[in-house]
Design a protein around this ligand. Structure first.
Ligand code: NAD
Length: 472
């Protein structure tokens, strides 16, 4: 049991103003594996005040020196990679091999990328008598979810540090332990006090206090569309800048000339990664109607190879869901899929064999899913794939875009030019073509109700910069 009883404020570990705590539940054992403070409005105020004071200092540090600090943070995250992987595997339930490979390694890559990006001189533009300069936005509040917890924190903290901003981080209450490891790293990185602050607690308390605080200039939020809407409303009252990275219902469009032997297993690995708790998960597989049966057979065989079980076993690909609440939500969607007439290919409501303990849901695939069914429209955030038949390319694109979300997508075709053409027609922030690999510096963010703003790489830095025109 990992117990943290202090918050990181103004460069020190501070006693919270209230005694309340939050238990972190290990979703495999269903027993508490950690405890963190439940922060209050007063803690938020202390942290924001410290960040405001530190802004005058940190924004004046030359970018190349700020970048050097980020470089040290990247090295420290890399050095503690195994510990970070184990911590996240435990609190989230993602199998250790993948937690280390993704949850611990990608944040280190993000930090390293911003050590490089931040070292370049800030962009200036000139025309006629106009000189355009970029300046840090100010004090930022970061509100993050549990599914890729440190990745999402790093995607905000690293560019903010590079830009010269200061910050208060409020991680999710389900998986906050990794944020304390980062705070320990920050404490040793040589940052001026108050640049980085950590306040844990409930979204409705700590999160909302950050959104209302007059000294916060920018809110960057990753999480559900419902919470994003609330945050946007609160932030609007004091006209804060808001970046929102929200939900998704991404389409994996298999065109009629796709290499199915490759595309189908790839899609299966994607949807079951992290038990389907990935905002960009390819949760709708769009398939030519006349090949649906062939694709079902390939999908069923692929899903049967997904090893589900104890997250500490390196052989497993899929662990439990984050919480009993999330499991209940996913089960309700499975019932809805059956009730609305989708064909169950594998999985379902019953937990996988031998896994009655832990918040497990079996890898589940539905076929014959039509665009109006609930499982085709709503984000399930669990290991549930909807196979949706289409008759031609025009209808496939129409179905893909028929969503309130627009976060990600994928296209498969034997003809790369055709794949590119179709990818351009998808109204989403990212599209992977023929299995195009994840890149930690590719801009990431949504169209439509998947949010606004972009994170990662040089585009992510822009979110933390104001543009100023100097007229001479
Ligand atoms: P959530 O919205 O419940 O919580 C996210 C964070 O917001 C948590 O820290 C929570 O405490 C806080 N919060 C909740 N209500 C709040 C409020 N009223 N005011 C301020 N803060 C509040 O989401 P979750 O369940 O932790 O994460 C799952 C969701 O996140 C999914 O919908 C998923 O698609 C989305 N997500 C999106 C991305 C992306 O980049 N687009 C990435 C990961 C997750």
């Amino acid at each position: 049991m990992k117990i943290y009883d202090k918050l990181f404020i103004d460069g020190r570990w501070e006693t919270p103003t209230a005694k309340a705590t939050i238990d972190v539940i290990d979703p495999f054992s269903e027993i508490a594996c950690g405890r963190v403070p439940a922060g209050t409005d007063a803690d938020v105020d202390r942290a924001v005040t410290a960040a405001r004071r530190a802004f005058a200092v940190w924004s004046a540090v030359p970018p190349v020196e700020r970048a050097a600090v980020i470089g040290r943070i990247a090295e420290a995250v890399t050095a503690r990679r195994d510990e970070i992987g184990q911590t996240i595997s435990r609190e989230l339930g993602m199998p250790i091999k993948w937690a280390t490979r993704i949850q611990a390694t990608v944040p280190a890559m993000t930090m390293a990328a911003y050590a490089e990006i931040g070292a370049r001189p800030p962009q200036e533009d000139h025309f006629d008598n106009v000189r355009v300069v970029r300046e840090p936005v100010g004090v930022c509040a970061f509100i993050t979810p549990w599914n890729y917890p440190l990745h999402q924190i790093a995607g905000k903290v690293a560019p903010a540090l590079a830009a010269g901003c200061t910050m208060v981080v409020k991680p999710s209450s389900e998986a906050p332990l990794n944020a304390f490891l980062l705070a320990e790293i920050m404490a040793d990185a040589g940052l001026p006090p108050g640049v980085f602050n950590l306040v844990t607690g409930a979204g409705q308390v700590v999160g909302e206090a950050l959104c209302r605080h007059p000294e916060v200039d920018l809110i960057s939020f990753t999480g559900s569309t419902a919470a994003g809407r609330r945050i946007g409303e609160l932030a609007a009252r004091s006209i804060k800048r808001v970046t929102l990275e929200l939900g998704g219902k991404s389409a994996n469009l298999l065109l009629d000339d796709a290499d199915l032997e490759k595309a189908v297993p790839h899609g299966i690995k994607d949807i079951f990664l992290n038990s389907g708790q990935t905002c960009s998960a390819l949760s709708r597989m769009l398939v030519p109607a006349n090949r649906q049966q062939e694709i079902i057979a390939l999908a069923r065989a692929s899903a049967a190879r997904v090893k589900v079980g104890d997250p500490s076993d390196t052989a497993n690909y899929m662990g439990p869901l984050i919480s009993d609440r999330q499991r209940d939500k996913v089960r309700a969607y499975i019932r809805k899929g059956l009730a609305e007439g989708a064909t169950l290919v594998c999985g379902g409501e019953t937990p996988p064999e031998g896994l009655a303990q832990g918040y497990f849901v079996a890898p589940t695939i539905f076929a014959d899913v039509t665009p109006e069914m609930t499982i085709a429209r709503e984000e399930i955030f669990g290991p549930v794939l909807s196979i949706m038949p289409y008759k031609d390319e025009t209808e496939a694109v129409k179905i893909a875009n028929d969503s309130i979300y627009g976060l990600a997508g994928a296209v498969w075709s034997g003809d790369p030019e055709r794949a590119l053409r179709v990818a351009r027609r998808l109204r989403t922030g990212q599209v992977a073509i023929n299995g195009g690999a994840f890149h930690p510096q590719a801009p990431f963010g949504g169209y439509k109700q998947s949010g606004h703003g972009r994170e990662f790489g040089p585009y992510g830095l822009q979110e933390f910069l104001e543009i100023k025109a100097l007229l001479t």
